[in-house]
Design a protein around this ligand. Structure first.
Ligand SMILES: [Zn+2]
Length: 218
């Protein structure tokens, strides 16, 4: 599925599925406490898990399974069997969003239903995970910083950039590393750096898309 030929509805729906996955991770982080899944959320965003959040988390998990089942059935019928590479609901939803979303758009009536369902899930998942509306948006951009180990060898940070975004915010914040908060860069600086390395143009385009859709899908 080529991104240049995708309709607006597909792009928005893909972002919504990613939003559901991100919300699931946030709920999971809160349920398990700090550190167990890498601590994706900012301390300021962490709230006690309420009953609604637990219910929504369970629903997301069931929806991820349902989506995977639909893709598997579709691919079985097409004689191109597919097995998900993960059973983690968030990772499963991301895999489907990136590689298999076309399955849900093959039939116009089912597409309409899926668009509505994704919108509904994204709305409920986001308000359970981020009741105030403020949240970290994952940018899917690796942090380029590196440190040194005890022997002075270079060690890549391995983190990914994310951005803290609040409702109605019209100025973009810094891109901040999810492993080390001192690793940060403004979006303008990052785009200038990317222009000097044209090989990463696709990454730049993806970032712009994520930010734009991150707000649009709110
Ligand atoms: Zn970093």
């Amino acid at each position: 599925m080529s991104s240049t030929h995708e309709t607006h509805a597909v792009l928005v729906t893909r972002q919504r599925v990613h939003d559901v996955a991100d919300a699931y991770d946030e709920l999971e982080d809160r349920l398990l406490g700090d550190g167990q899944r890498g601590g994706h959320s900012a301390p300021s965003s962490r709230l006690p898990l309420d009953a609604n959040a637990v219910v929504v988390r369970t629903e997301i998990s069931a929806w991820a399974t349902w989506c995977a089942r639909a893709v598997m059935d579709y691919r079985d019928e097409a004689k191109q069997p597919w097995t998900p590479s993960t059973s983690d609901p968030a990772a499963l939803l991301r895999e489907i969003a990136e590689d298999h979303l076309g399955v849900f758009f093959a039939d116009p009536v089912e597409a309409g239903e899926f668009i509505d369902e994704a919108k509904d899930f994204a709305g409920r998942a986001k308000s359970a995970a981020w009741p105030t509306g403020a949240r970290w948006i994952r940018l899917h951009v690796p942090c380029p910083e590196a440190g040194t180990d005890d022997l002075g060898r270079r060690v890549d940070c391995g983190g990914e950039y994310r951005m803290w975004m609040q409702p109605e915010q019209d100025v973009l914040g810094d891109m901040v590393c999810d492993r080390d908060g001192t690793h940060r860069i403004t979006p303008a600086e990052w785009q200038r750096a990317m222009r000097r390395r044209p090989v990463d143009e696709e990454a730049a385009a993806r970032l712009v898309r994520t930010l734009r859709l991150g707000r649009m899908s709110a």
